[in-house]
Design a protein around this ligand. Sequence first.
Ligand SMILES: C[S@@+](CC[C@H](N)C(=O)[O-])C[C@H]1O[C@@H](n2cnc3c(N)ncnc32)[C@H](O)[C@@H]1O
Length: 494
Amino acid sequence: MRIGRIHFVFRMSHYKCAVAGLLILTLSALAFYAQALKPKALFLTYQEAQPVLEALEEVLPPDLKGKSSKDLTAFWPTWISRRDAEIRGRLALGDEDSLVNLLLFGTSYTKQPRITIDEIVAIAQTANSSNESQAASSRALTILRARVDDLIQGLSAPGANERLLFGRQVLIQRTGYQPGTAAGHQRLRDYLLTSVSRVLKEQGSYAKALAAARSMGDPSEEFAERSRMYRNRGLSSDTSLLPNYGLEESLKALLSRGLIQPGSVKRIAVVGPGLDFTDKQEGFDFYPQQTIQPFAIIDSVLRLKLARSDALEVVTFDLSPRVNDHLERAKQRAQRGSSYVVQLPRDPNATWKPGAVQYWSQFGDQIGSATTPAAIPAGVSGLKVRAVSIRPAIVSRITPADLNIVLQHPELPAAERFDLIIATNILLYYDTFEQSLALLNVERMLRPGGFLLSNNALLELPFSRVHAVDYLTVVYSDRPDDGDHIVWYQRASD
Ligand SMILES: C[S@@+](CC[C@H](N)C(=O)[O-])C[C@H]1O[C@@H](n2cnc3c(N)ncnc32)[C@H](O)[C@@H]1O
């Protein structure tokens, strides 16, 4: 995120089961129990969505625009189920983007160096570039082509490498080509190079849109543009540690300003927890896929004494079966007594701010203990890694549920609404209309006085009961644009 001072007013004008005494729980009973805790997902009805449709008449999607209220009432159920399928369909393109990240940055299937951000920029600019950047680009292209061949080789014999198994499934599903054959290899090579070029092109268009927003000289406009920058992109699951540092700093500030009280957080929702696949900055593929945010938020609220570990429930809401299955399996393993290990890589060359290094150093001290980190592969130099083994009792507090936050909210009795909702790096995948629908859903999930923390600027329609109270800018490192504006949205009473 580009950090700039924001004049932050972005308005219209501008679960629970008491189960005692069960000594023996069979696996099927456990599965049933987990299921029983899951809130049911309800689609927004037309009556619920109507105020948003009316207020944003001008910017409605073409299939909703210009229809009378009577026509919309009849069409809404068709629209919402179709749109739900379309949004979920964006996961496939996001999976392909993850595969491109594995291709550029993975180390588990190749001895080629990771491709650096500068080299990616050089490849993208190659057509109209100087001799110097053409040389950088030609080196990067040689590495890229060797990586493509190594990846296809890896995909043809993935063994137990979960990322290669996933990549193989994604590619075969999308192309029908088999990596183990000569013809398949050739076709997959072309396909992967085209995917890289698509991703680079997309990155270029985001950079252009941001430059245009920046040139207006208004940081609020720029933040608003960033906040829906990925509206046409595939849905990525990638995640990293540092946004959680931004969240902890925000909670600290809320606490010191008396906006949130010690011991007041009992129920937390994490919308879009994500899965660390292979990210270009702090994500690597030399350790198992992992989720971080649900654990990070528990660690933070315990550290700040906002919650007690024996009176805390966390529900994660995601539409990705991969993310939900990962969390479900972690929970089931925890119920059998296994802890969950999180690997925390840090590249000292990335010059993290002292506060970020401090956050990294103490991460997990409330929820587990330090353990031996995964071995760093020979080709990755200078990296530091911590690992934390998270106690099964903490992992068991998390309940994953399927939900499309744009169109659905969980069926919750008033007493089970959330004290705190986290949604970082998710709402920027949607346009203003869909973000406004998401905010309607968040409103139904938050208790009066509860907070939504998000690193996106959301439009506040006049009838909304969720309002931005303030925001905190947290800078993560000396790299350009590395930080977040965390906006504190609070729900007013009914
Ligand atoms: C880029 S990841 C961000 C992960 C994490 N929140 C973070 O900040 O690192 C986005 C996550 O949101 C999920 N997601 C995207 N759209 C969603 C939607 N409409 N409803 C629920 N989850 C969604 C994705 O599947 C993914 O897990």
